[in-house]
Write a protein that binds this ligand. Sequence first.
Ligand code: C5P
Length: 236
Amino acid sequence: MENRLIVALDVPSLAKAKELIDVLDDAANFYKVGLELFLNTRGEILDYLKTKEKKIFLDLKFHDIPNTVTQAAKWAAGLGVDMFNVHASGGGVMMSTTVETVKNTALNNGFKVPLIIGVTVLTSFDIESFSQVGYKYTIPETVMNLAQLCQKSGLDGVVCSPQEANQIKTVCGQEFMTVCPGVRPRGTLLEDQKRITTPQEAIKMGADYLVVGRPITKSINPNQAAKDIVTEMVTI
Ligand code: C5P
């Protein structure tokens, strides 16, 4: 189960990130590097994670025209990350050309093909904030539409709320991967997350990977917090 926990390293400096990785030690093997840390370390954090033999999810959520995303994706894959993501709402052409280009580039240059995951609807959206951006379908309907589009476009899976994982598996099949933020152990703060579950519920609902940030990174004992989450994931 340790390998199904992805720790979101949303911290303001390389020093802070290194400190957390060292404190977490064997309690975490898979890390998500998002916009904040990638920018404030100018990408250097990736090298540190590799020297520590940790897996990397590069969470830059590409959302642009097909050509721009495809070129960015080539660079992401060339950095040797294990997983990266694009916004599914960028469309089918953007996603399918990205998959094809990354696979060809990896083949021609001898590097591994990373998992490519589509972001459906951010877990910070609730019904009210979602309607403000003008979507005419409900959140579950939109998530399902986007998940199916991701699958048709050749992506490996989606980022979604654990609340949606079960239905995605039913429609897209068990092999289609669900990567789920919006996870909160009981007694921790929701902060800006809205469509949340506990770690145990997330696993029961079909989440393949749990992405957890602040409940670990802001804990007074991050190592124990990560271990407690993994224990909860196992005891189902
Ligand atoms: O601190 P917290 O556990 O809320 O962190 C969740 C992480 O997952 C953040 O880095 C956030 O950017 C990311 N994420 C998310 N919802 C999505 C996609 C990514 O919360 N739909």
